[in-house]
Design a protein around this ligand. Structure first.
Ligand code: ZN
Length: 296
């Protein structure tokens, strides 16, 4: 029996999220022959310059979109993945008390069916077996991350339904939906402790304290993907996002040998599955043969 290539779609909010959440997993699957498509819902237009060594400020939305388009292409190349934009505009991270209203027309304000339609179309075109995205809290409280969860979940449910999004291609039913959990307290706390134990300065102290103070409940991890061979690819992709990622910042603070010893995996929560599988898993495609949907 011939097996069609397995396909993985990683749905993210902004260019750079694909490099900080599940990046080494996508690099690994791609290297192993899986077709991997990263989707960015927005252009990251309202991101701030987060790298102090970047050297200049960018405040114009069009310019920021253009700069981040180039960064994203470089990151996709570092990971060895395909990439598509959904074309929505970054909502920005509202700050202040009370929070200011979201800017008109931004991604988080688009009605769900309108926001999910291009993703449904992309799912029907690319036909992923597995989709990854964020949990219902967004993983962190950025309105675009919460919206990304909503559109990915909508597409997971609607893409296989011929009665929905009728003008958006032939139905395709993805088989598994996962949430990224690379910023779990468990991981941050473990890396923090490992660095202290090794006599190193840890950049995670404030993070551990502020997260503990906010009492964010830890979500379940069902699936661990061994991907330390691809940490170099991940770091290359992170560095490609020069407006966002400080090359001297916390992403690169952990010595590689310590990271491999302490945390050689990326973690996921299996949110929904249409195939039989047993958790814990070590493969996003566990329970999938690749022949599903061939006779449909
Ligand atoms: Zn983001």
């Amino acid at each position: 029996m011939t097996t069609t290539p397995l396909r993985l779609m990683a749905v993210h909010a902004h260019p750079d999220d694909e490099s900080s959440k599940g990046a080494a997993t996508t690099a690994r699957y791609s290297a192993e022959g899986v077709e991997v498509l990263v989707v960015s819902c927005t252009g990251g237009e309202r991101g701030s310059i987060l790298n102090p060594s970047y050297g200049r400020d960018i405040t114009d939305l069009d310019e920021m979109r253009q700069v981040r388009t180039v960064e994203m292409a470089e990151a996709a190349q570092a990971l060895g993945v395909q990439h598509r934009w959904l074309g929505f505009v970054d909502s920005g991270l509202p700050e202040g008390d009370p929070l200011p209203p979201l800017p008109p027309g931004c991604f988080a304000l688009v009605p769900l069916e309108e926001a999910a339609a291009p993703l449904v179309e992309l799912v029907r075109d690319f036909r992923p077996h597995v989709i990854t995205t964020y949990d219902p809290t967004g993983g962190y409280p950025h309105p675009d991350h919460i919206m990304t969860h909503r559109v990915a979940k909508e597409a997971f449910h609607a893409a296989g339904d011929s009665d929905r999004y009728r003008d958006r291609g032939q139905p395709w039913e993805p088989l598994k939906l996962y949430y990224n959990h690379d910023f779990s307290m468990n991981r941050i706390r473990s890396m923090h402790q490992a660095m202290l134990d090794a006599g190193l300065e840890s950049p995670f102290g404030d993070w551990v304290e502020s997260r503990a103070a906010r009492e964010i409940p830890e979500r379940e991890v069902t699936t661990r993907i061994a991907c330390s061979d691809y940490f170099d690819a991940r770091d290359g992709a992170l560095r490609a996002h020069a407006t966002q990622i400080d090359p001297d910042g916390f992403f690169f603070a952990i010595p590689r040998d310590l990271e491999i010893e302490m945390w050689p995996v990326e973690e996921y929560e299996l949110a929904e599955s249409r195939v039989a599988t047993t958790t814990p898993e070590d493969d996003l495609f566990a329970g999938i043969t690749g022949n599903e949907g061939l006779s449909a």
